[in-house]
Design a binder for this molecule. Structure first.
Ligand code: C2O
Ligand code: CU
Length: 461
């Protein structure tokens, strides 16, 4: 098999896919220890070379941290890598000082040092954590894990509440993580670092056991550096109940593909009625099987579907909103054209020689001053326009927003999200209440794009 073109889980890895869970409580002072260290794994086949990865607690993915809504999360992060790093709690409406953004909310944790994260998880749902210092280099080496905030009364059996962290790896010809191409200019200026090997919870094509006649909740997390996953939930009988940690009023039947962009989450429910194997597929031009759901006979489960309550998020006040543009420009394949409106050729060349290919509101990368300062409680409407030739997955820290419109059309479902996808030439309007004081990033979660210009910040005072 040509390993450069595989993008397929064609090996049979009959590994159990349930992740072990860790609830908090560990050290005498009540901290859960999370240690970043080098580790190794065989990502491809049993005869292949070991990849050197960077892992949390020597696990791939990092340990599933499970807390209850409103619970205090105390994590003592220890860095034993030989490079500085930090931990970001993605999608959590967190205390700014705990947001984990190296260079903005804290200094990166130096090798041998530690940092205590201590915050309250205000909303239940499916979240994750990942490195936030040179993320483009650190996340695709393995520094990511699920963070599940459970409801007071769980609506699903623990066995039927299944986390699936979906990851895209770039392997070399020996089946080893390709570390030579980290930071490649071509990746940064095009679609980002795309891999050629997919895993679910670190395993290729795992069997995921389901119980016949029981309601299951699947929590999908896309931890890929750049790959947008197109999934077809209806093909295995699943319905969508929420996105990016936030539940809908009612389950949604979706016949089409659902996009899961880098950093996004999708919660699904399904109740398989026959013992069979259901392929969990992914579409990237063609269908690939990503995992197998193996439905096993079980004692009868409860027939009724009980969904947990939704979180209460602050509702945007659109009448009195502060309206701001968010223009995405730059990148290869013609995207530089928009930049020429305001830049000379010399300017552009200078920018590219510094490894910057993209701009947000005509600025490449972080500046000293925030893009905007808003008063706490102010509703912000961001009217974004993607003038590049690539899709982007825009993430806002510390807040959830409603997606109001796409290309001027009001959406039927104005879902809450923390990351939205924007296609080339697409206009997307979102709104949120800036109610969380501090310094917050807005960036593309295609991590190479963020590193090469698509990253800015705003301040709430
Ligand atoms: Cu999930 Cu700024 O990141
Ligand atoms: Cu991007």
């Amino acid at each position: 098999m040509d390993r450069r073109t595989f993008l397929n889980g064609s090996l049979t890895g009959a590994t159990a896919a349930m992740l072990p869970r860790f609830s908090l409580a560990a050290t005498a002072d009540g901290y859960f220890e999370l240690t970043a260290a080098k580790g190794s794994r065989r990502l491809f086949g049993d005869d292949d070379e070991l990849s050197e990865l960077w892992l949390y607690n020597d696990r791939l993915p990092g340990p599933e941290i499970r807390v209850k809504r409103g619970e205090r999360v105390k994590v003592r992060f220890v860095n034993t890598l030989d490079t500085p790093t930090s931990v970001h709690w993605h999608g959590i409406r967190i205390d700014n000082a705990m947001d984990g953004v190296a260079g903005l909310t804290q200094d990166a944790v130096a090798p041998g040092e530690s940092f205590d994260y201590d915050f309250v998880a205000p909303d239940s749902g499916t979240y994750w954590y990942h490195a936030h210092n040179m993320s483009w280099n650190q996340v695709p080496r393995g520094l990511a894990g699920p963070l599940i905030v459970a409801d007071e009364t769980p609506a699903f059996d623990p066995d039927c509440d299944i986390t699936m962290m979906l990851s895209d790896w770039r392997l070399d010809e020996d089946g080893r993580l390709d570390t030579n191409s980290f930071g490649a200019r071509h990746d940064f200026s095009h679609a980002g670092r795309l891999g050629n090997w997919l895993t679910v919870n670190g395993n290729s094509l795992p069997d995921i056991r389901l119980k016949k006649g029981h309601w299951h909740r699947l929590r999908l997390i896309n931890s890929s550096a750049s790959r947008i996953l197109d999934l077809a939930p209806a093909r295995f009988g699943a319905r969508l109940i929420g996105l990016d940690g936030q539940l809908f009023d009612a389950p949604r039947e979706i016949d089409d593909l659902v996009q899961l962009s880098p950093a996004q989450r999708m919660d699904l429910i399904l109740k398989p009625e026959t013992s069979e194997t259901l392929p969990f597929e992914l579409m990237t031009g063609q269908a690939f099987t990503f995992a197998n759901f193996v439905v096993e006979d079980a004692n009868p489960g409860s027939a009724n579907l009980k969904l947990p309550p939704k979180n209460t998020l602050p509702e945007p006040d659109l009448e009195n909103a502060l309206k701001l543009p968010l223009d995405m420009a730059g990148g290869a394949m013609g995207g530089m054209r928009a930049l020429m409106r305001t830049r000379s050729e010399d300017d552009l060349r200078q920018m590219m020689s510094e490894g910057q290919f993209w701009t947000l509101n005509d600025t490449a990368g972080m500046s000293e001053q925030p893009m905007v300062t808003v008063k706490r409680g102010q509703t912000v409407v961001l009217d974004s326009l993607n003038e590049t030739s690539f899709p982007h997955a825009m993430h806002i820290h510390g807040h959830h927003f409603r997606v109001l419109e796409r290309n001027g059309r009001e959406l039927v479902h104005q879902d809450w999200r923390d990351t939205f996808t924007s296609e080339p030439n697409e206009q997307v309007k979102i709104a949120f209440v800036a109610d969380n004081p501090g310094k917050w990033l807005i960036h593309c979660h295609m991590l190479g794009h963020a590193a090469s210009g698509m990253m800015t910040w705003f301040e709430v005072t």
